[in-house]
Design a binder for this molecule. Structure first.
Ligand SMILES: O=c1ccn([C@@H]2O[C@H](COP(=O)(O)O)[C@@H](O)[C@H]2O)c(=O)[nH]1
Length: 480
């Protein structure tokens, strides 16, 4: 569809302020994209901010009459504020994290249960950010039927939201954007085609056919896209793995606490606080300054009390004979207390053979590191594929992967994702973060691993509960 001149001018302005860029960009999902949008920059251009708010307001006229509007944090927050003030419509603020004092409300502002609220967003790709906000508003009794977005990337967001009962009204589509920029000589034909191909090749479509998953004895048993954790337990060849699948569903938790503290007392205190919210507690024994057998016993007592498994994130990576000793002997005697350990596949299958030689008879299980969350990780492509093949060969002991994505379509395995925070971002040492919904809904992994965001929180219990809900609700949504 052709755009009117005002929208053409708006697109050119967004390009001029570098809100829209072309080249090679790594998206939060790890995918390489030829186009990148950073509309946060609009706050530095008040006239453009007003223009964007006005076009979004115009498109909101297609929505059912609403009582309030709510911007998806953060970029759409100031946009929604301008729409609210200019059009005298009340606004609600969605918090990213609950305050640990006062009301602890995640939605701020005045509203009544049953009020219709319009959601405002700057860019939609899969629709997951809009949907997270919709879900939260619904939890507070609000009703959402419509959302408006400045730029729809045409990667399936509109369809996914429609499937969730939300009509998305967009001002500009990706096709319209690149058509205008090509027409005005801002991008050439090659980039135009690259972007459109990227969009077509990277859609987050709702599965319309029953998925054909796995092979041989792990084939899906019923005509639906995704099996439940309990159903998948039946496919798992390791008893501890089966227990974990069941535990996740019984406890309604696919949250792993990464208890990366250096004093045993601090770890035990933290684990006792959040133990009821997690299905696994992950340790790094070699960072604990006062590691003792007594600490291990206390941790095991807490595991019984709160019903979670213990995962020592040892990342074995040597030849089979050496890892066998590292697992069984030494100061930490990991085999004695860790239900689960993990290994890099870099040294070949010998690492699994060495570990399973001592681990299997004790009822232990192992994860392979198929991908890492850190920037520049070499665990990708052929390495990841070879890791998956190894896991399939040793699936009596290997119950899944540490990975950022569902690295294979085999539902006997569990996919566990580190680098998860309530907001996307990174730390200063290469760690990269996605949100629980990106991990579970978009990248289709099963469990999230969270460290600093929980143990550094003033109220770890509250934050752990927030992660638990976000991750488990995302799983429920995926299987529904
Ligand atoms: O690819 C990987 C593999 C392991 N980790 C571990 O997970 C936690 C993450 O901690 P945050 O504080 O939430 O960043 C940590 O123990 C890492 O060693 C990972 O981050 N990425």
């Amino acid at each position: 569809m052709e755009l009117d001149t005002n929208l053409e001018q708006l697109i050119l302005k967004l390009y001029d302020i570098e809100g829209v860029k072309f080249g090679d960009f790594k998206l939060k999902s790890g995918i390489q994209s030829p186009a990148y949008f950073d509309l946060r920059v609009i706050v530095s251009y008040p006239a453009l901010m007003r223009e964007v708010s006005q076009v979004l307001w115009q498109v909101s006229m297609k929505a059912e009459k609403f009582a309030s509007i709510c911007g998806v944090p953060y970029t759409a927050l100031p946009i929604a504020s301008v729409m609210s003030v200019d059009n005298d419509v009340p606004m609600l603020i969605r918090r990213r994290e609950a305050k640990d004092y006062g009301t602890k409300k995640m939605i701020e502002g005045k509203y009544n249960a049953g009020d219709l609220c319009l959601v405002v967003e700057d860019v939609v790709t899969s629709g997951s950010s809009v949907f997270e906000t919709v879900q939260l508003l619904q939890e507070y009794g609000l009703v959402v039927k419509d959302a408006v977005v400045l730029l729809e990337r045409q990667q399936g967001g509109t369809e996914r939201l429609r499937n969730d009962g939300v009509n998305l009204h967009s001002v500009i589509t990706m096709t319209q954007l690149v058509t205008v920029l090509k027409k005005h000589g801002k991008i050439d034909e090659t980039m135009y085609n690259r972007v459109l191909k990227f969009v077509a090749d990277n859609r987050f479509d709702i599965p319309s056919q029953p998925a054909v998953v796995g092979n041989g004895d792990t084939t899906v048993k019923k005509a639906k896209a995704e099996m439940t954790f309990k159903e998948r337990a039946e496919l798992c060849k390791n008893e501890l793995g089966r227990r974990l699948f069941g535990l996740m569903e019984d406890k309604q938790s696919n949250l792993i606490l990464s208890a990366d503290l250096t004093k045993s007392e601090d770890i035990l205190k933290l684990v006792d606080i959040v133990g009821s919210k997690v299905c696994i507690v992950k340790t790094h024994a070699d960072i604990i300054e006062d590691f003792t057998v007594d600490f291990v016993h206390k941790l095991q007592d807490l595991a019984k009390k709160h019903n979670f498994l213990i995962f020592e994130d040892r990342k074995f990576a040597d030849i089979g004979n050496t890892v066998k000793y590292q697992y069984n002997n030494g100061l930490h005697k990991i085999i004695e207390w860790a239900d689960i350990v993990n290994a890099h596949s870099v040294s070949g299958p010998g690492v699994i053979q060495g570990l399973q030689k001592v681990g299997l008879e004790k009822g232990r299980a192992c994860l392979l590191i198929a991908e890492m969350s850190s920037k520049g990780s070499l665990a990708k492509g052929e390495y990841t594929k070879a890791t998956v093949d190894m896991a399939k060969t040793y699936s009596e002991f290997v119950i899944g992967f540490i990975s950022q994505n569902r690295v294979c379509d085999d539902q006997q395995f569990l996919y566990m994702t580190p680098g998860v925070r309530l907001e996307e971002g990174k730390d200063s040492l290469g760690q990269q973060y996605v949100t629980p919904s990106v991990a579970i809904l978009q990248n289709k992994t099963d469990l999230i691993i969270v460290g600093r965001n929980i143990y550094n929180a003033e109220d770890p219990l509250n934050v752990a509960e927030e992660f638990r809900q976000a991750a488990y609700n995302a799983y429920l949504k995926r299987i529904s």
